[in-house]
Design a protein around this ligand. Structure first.
Ligand code: NAP
Length: 406
């Protein structure tokens, strides 16, 4: 009996997941195949940036041209799910119709919206409701903040309608095209590699450097000078005006005092690795003001796998662990997305014996960010892959339990 119920639930869940995937793939195809885009473009004509409807007639038309065909395709493919269950002789077979029923619900509401039946849009078109964003772009299920970006950040990304899975697979869960991205520690090995990688993905990059030299990117032998802004630790608040215009801030600067344990080494490690990073993050938070900021602003913080593993440099570990914990604490209430970068050893000025290359690490960081991974782990150490998620879950839960927002 329990066996039958479990199979029934699994088949029903699978059939719903299947039609959701069909919907998102159809949506993504609509942006690359002109005949489908002609239908889909109606949907993009409907809304203003505050999600108010620009024209009631177009709103209704958009449902006939976009939502109804989409639901009909899902309906057709839902029978394919039933075919698979039948072919593989899985049972109970009737549960495979869950996807069909689910789709019929969507089809009915799309028709109702097309007919202009009062209140149906308010109850069913929930990712297009107006009002202040009350949550960050969600990780697993599409919310208003997530979907807003498909209309007003980049129409060639954020395709998902309910689950974010297809965007994660395609790397369209975060668009970097045209994003203004600033990186600290910009003249360092990873700083340069990140700036180059982000530039190659269409971002407008700014270098934040404690030195006064202008930073150049080496693009296949050609030098591209990039906007470089000089800053100093202890003067983080002075960057507020610069950060107002930045979409993504990557806090990447850091030092390693290696074997030192004197007063100056303690002070420098905490000042540079911990408190200046924390203060920059807080300054950046103050620049998140509008719905657009909530949807598009982000801060990425390079804490290192020293959060959970030895780096054979105690002050480096202590200062990076404190930073990691402060980020876990403060991101409970963060006004924008906060990503941690948990990196293993790569060859750089800071770590001349690192085994990975900074270029490869930078590429992986950007690939994972575009899949909306919030804790980006790039390492050759399997222990970090295992320990970090457990540590982060426990620490964040502990902080949540024993602290209050105000
Ligand atoms: N290499 C590794 O194995 C490894 C592993 C995990 C994590 N990390 C982290 O990755 C980040 C980048 O390190 P990296 O390996 O690329 O080292 P890096 O080449 O030494 O770059 C670090 C950069 O930090 C900036 N910096 C140094 N002292 C500073 C100060 N007093 N104030 C402000 N900025 C200062 C400098 O850039 P500007 O002169 O442009 O300011 C420097 O080039 C660091 O946070 C590091 O802890 C490294």
């Amino acid at each position: 009996m329990i066996h039958t119920v479990s199979w029934g639930l699994a088949i029903a869940f699978g059939s719903v997941l299947w039609v959701e995937l069909v919907r998102d793939i159809y949506h993504a195809l609509s942006h690359v195949w002109q005949p489908l885009y002609r239908l889909h473009s109606w949907h993009h004509r409907v809304f203003r940036p505050d999600l108010s409807v620009a024209n009631e007639t177009i709103y209704r038309q958009a449902h006939w041209y976009n939502d109804v065909p989409e639901a009909l395709l899902m309906l057709l493919f839902s029978f394919l799910g039933y075919g698979v269950v039948y072919t593989w002789d899985l049972s109970p077979q009737w549960t495979a119709f869950a996807g069909t029923l689910y789709t019929v619900g969507f089809l009915a509401t799309a028709i109702a919206r097309g007919l202009g039946i009062p209140y149906v849009d308010e109850i069913t078109d929930i990712t297009h409701r107006q009002g202040e964003f009350t949550s960050l772009p969600a990780k697993l299920f599409v919310n208003r903040t997530y979907h807003w970006r498909h209309h007003f950040d980049n129409q060639n990304a954020y395709f998902c309608g309910t689950l974010t899975l297809i965007d994660k697979i395609m790397g369209t869960a975060l668009s970097l095209k045209g994003k203004k991205i600033a990186v600290t520690g910009a003249s360092g090995t990873l700083g340069i590699a990140l700036l180059k990688q982000l530039h190659l993905r269409g971002a407008k990059v700014t270098a934040l450097s404690s030195s006064s030299n202008t930073i150049d990117l080496d693009l296949e032998g050609e030098k591209l000078p990039i906007k470089t802004i000089s800053w100093q630790t202890g003067k983080e608040a002075e960057l507020a005006t610069v950060l107002e215009k930045i979409d993504i801030l990557i806090i990447n600067h850091g030092i390693n005092v290696h074997q030192a344990r004197n007063k100056d080494a303690v002070s420098k490690s905490y000042e540079i690795n911990t408190f200046s990073a924390w203060k920059l993050m807080e300054t950046f938070f103050t620049t998140v003001k509008t719905n657009k900021d909530i949807a598009t602003k982000e801060v990425w913080i390079n804490t290192s796998e020293a959060e959970v593993n030895p780096a054979f440099s105690p002050l480096y570990e202590l200062s990076k662990r404190t930073l990691g914990d402060l980020v876990s604490l403060r991101r409970l209430d963060a006004p924008c997305v906060v990503r941690k970068l948990i990196l293993g050893p790569f060859k750089s000025n800071l770590n001349p014996v690192g085994v990975m290359s900074a270029e490869w690490v930078a590429k992986q960081i950007v690939n994972l960010a575009q899949r909306d991974i919030r804790n980006i782990i790039v390492t050759i150490n399997p222990i970090t892959l295992l320990l970090f998620p457990i540590k982060e879950l426990l620490v964040a839960s502990y902080f949540k339990l024993f602290t209050r927002k105000k």
